[in-house]
Write a protein that binds this ligand. Structure first.
Ligand SMILES: Cc1cc2nc3c(=O)[nH]c(=O)nc-3n(C[C@H](O)[C@H](O)[C@H](O)COP(=O)(O)OP(=O)(O)OC[C@H]3O[C@@H](n4cnc5c(N)ncnc54)[C@H](O)[C@@H]3O)c2cc1C
Length: 239
C-alpha cells in the first residue's frame, strides 16, 4: 500500500481487493491517473439470477457490490469492451512427457485473487529451461518421462497456493490470524513465491493452511461416505 493518509486522494496508485463474500470479490488496479483496471468475480448462479447482460452486470456490481469500490469509481465509462471469463479455475494432470511440457496457465489456474499467474509462468519456464538444458547436455539421462521431477515440483508450488487461497475462502478468520499475526513472516514467504521444495514444505504458515484444508477434505469425505447408502437407494429406485 502506498498510503499517505486516510483520504482517497492521498492513496493514489494502490492496488485494492474488495472481498464481499465467498468467491465474490473485486480487484481495482490503477493503470494511470485516469484509467483503472476493475474486475468483479462472482459465481455463475449470481450472474444468471441477476438476468443482466455482462455489461449491465459489471456496471451494476461496480456501483452496488460495496460502497468503498463505488466511491473510487466516480466515472464508470468503460474504455474497452467488457470481457467475461467463465470457469477460470482448472487443472490438467499429466502435463509433461517425452517431447512436451506445459507451463503456467497451460496446465493450471487456481484463482486470480493473489495474482500468482505471471509468477507461475515465469518460474515454471525457468524450471523447464533448466531441465531441458540438462537433458540436452546429457547431464540427465532417462528412459521415462524426462519432466517427471519438473511436474512434481510445479505441482508442489501450485498446491501450496491452492491451500493458501482455500483457507482464505473457507476459513477467513483463521486466514487472518495466520497471515497477519501468528505466522506473519513465514506467510510473506508464501506470498512472495517461496513455495517450492523443502522451503515450502517446512514453512509454518504452509503447514497451518494444509492442516486446515485437510480437515475440510476429511469432512467432505466423511459426508460423502455417510450419504452413499441413500444415493444407492435412489439409484435402485430410479432403475
Ligand atoms: C483479467 C485478468 C487479470 C489478471 N491479473 C493478473 C495479475 O495482476 N497478476 C498476475 O500475476 N496474473 C494475473 N492474471 C493471470 C495471468 O495473466 C496469467 O496467469 C499469465 O498470463 C499466464 O501466463 P502464460 O504464459 O501461462 O499464458 P498466457 O499469458 O495466456 O500466454 C499464452 C500465449 O500463447 C499464445 N497462444 C495460444 N495458443 C497459441 C498457439 N496455438 N500458437 C501460438 N501461440 C499461442 C497466446 O496468444 C498467449 O500470448 C490475470 C488474468 C486475467 C484474465
Amino acid at each position: 500500500m502506498r498510503d499517505n493518509g486516510p483520504e482517497l486522494h492521498q492513496q493514489p496508485g494502490n492496488t485494492l481487493l474488495y472481498y464481499q463474500a465467498k468467491h465474490y470479490w473485486a480487484w481495482f488496479i490503477p493503470v494511470s491517473d485516469e484509467l483503472t483496471s476493475v474486475g468483479v468475480v462472482f459465481r455463475t448462479e449470481h450472474f444468471k439470477k441477476a438476468g443482466m447482460s455482462r455489461e449491465q452486470m459489471m456496471l451494476h456490481e461496480c456501483r452496488h457490490m460495496t460502497p468503498v469500490l463505488s466511491e473510487r469509481l466516480p466515472d464508470l465509462t468503460p474504455q474497452e469492451p467488457i470481457h467475461a471469463i467463465p470457469n477460470f479455475s482448472y487443472r490438467v494432470h499429466n502435463y509433461t512427457g517425452k517431447g512436451f511440457v506445459c507451463i503456467g496457465d497451460a496446465h493450471r489456474f487456481i484463482d486470480p485473487i493473489f495474482a500468482y499467474g505471471i509468477y507461475f509462468g515465469i518460474q515454471e519456464g525457468e524450471f523447464a529451461a533448466d531441465r531441458i538444458a540438462k537433458l540436452l547436455s546429457g547431464e540427465i539421462r532417462t528412459d521415462g518421462n524426462p519432466f517427471a521431477d519438473f511436474e512434481r515440483h510445479c505441482d508442489e508450488g501450485n498446491d501450496v497456493v491452492e491451500d493458501v487461497i482455500g483457507v482464505l475462502w473457507d476459513f477467513p478468520l483463521a486466514f487472518q490470524r495466520i497471515l497477519t499475526w501468528r505466522d506473519r513472516v513465514s506467510s510473506l514467504d508464501l506470498l512472495s513465491g517461496r513455495i517450492y521444495g523443502e522451503m515450502g514444505a517446512t514453512n509454518p504458515a504452509r503447514i497451518a493452511v494444509r492442516r486446515l484444508m485437510a480437515s475440510k477434505e476429511k469432512a467432505e469425505q466423511d459426508a460423502k461416505t455417510t450419504s452413499s447408502p441413500e444415493s444407492a437407494e435412489i439409484a435402485v429406485a430410479a432403475g
